[in-house]
Design a protein. Structure first.
Length: 230
């Protein structure tokens, strides 16, 4: 497998005490962000229970969504590195909390998605299902339909040694037959986050990202190496 993966998505879902969305507060937040490194190109506050800040650059999208009980920051088809997304979080989250009088973030869920290119297989479905899972000729006879994607799902619970519950998806990538798609979602709720300590979110996002490089990659690599030894 290619050791360098291609990150395609970052997101942070921040759960806070319920509040009523205030149009003026949101307009002020949008303006304040426009003067910072976390600016967005457009704002939509036409829906009473949702506000959306949005930027688009070719395929890439930067999105900030405000709901009564949560805030989301999303980089879809990301064209920025993790460090830039973390800087946006450090700027936008304290501003949003202060402007909207949010006392704390009670729980945050952080998602990183990336893809790995295979070295010894042309089809990720064959690599993952037939080779890694030993399911060759054990799927089609029962389901009798073409298979677009397939894969594995793991949940690793939080422990005293490991913070956050990690939900891991590994599957063939529907946009490219020769790539493996990986999603790791970390859910962190032990420590409330205030406007002055959002670095907790940044640290947990880095932990979520490292789980792909330090654990998912070597897990997958062992099966690609089997083909090399054959």
């Amino acid at each position: 497998m290619q050791i360098e993966d291609r990150v395609i998505h970052f997101s942070a879902e921040l759960i806070h005490p319920p509040l009523s969305l205030n149009r003026q507060h949101l307009q002020k937040l949008y303006y304040d962000l426009s003067q910072s490194r976390a600016a967005y190109d457009s704002i939509d506050i036409s829906t009473p229970l949702q506000a959306k800040f949005h930027s688009q650059r070719a395929k890439a999208q930067s999105i900030m969504i405000h709901l009564p009980e949560r805030m989301l920051m999303i980089e879809e088809w990301a064209d920025i590195p993790l460090s830039t997304f973390i800087e946006k979080l450090r700027v936008a989250v304290p501003l949003a909390m202060t402007t909207q009088n949010i006392p704390n973030i009670m729980l945050h869920a952080l998602t990183v998605r990336s893809t790995f290119a295979l070295t010894n297989f042309d089809d990720a479905r064959v690599f993952l299902l037939d080779n890694a899972c030993q399911l060759d000729n054990r799927i089609q006879p029962y389901f009798q339909r073409p298979l677009a994607t397939g894969g594995l799902r793991f949940i690793f619970p939080e422990t005293n040694e490991h913070s956050g519950t990690l939900h891991v998806i590994i599957e063939s990538f529907r946009h490219s037959v020769s790539e493996i798609f990986v999603e790791v979602k970390g859910i962190f709720g032990r420590q409330p986050v205030g406007p002055d300590n959002v670095d907790i979110i940044a640290t947990n996002l880095q932990t979520t990202r490292r789980f792909i490089t330090d654990h998912v990659f070597p897990f997958l690599q062992q099966f690609d190496e089997i083909r090399e030894r054959d």
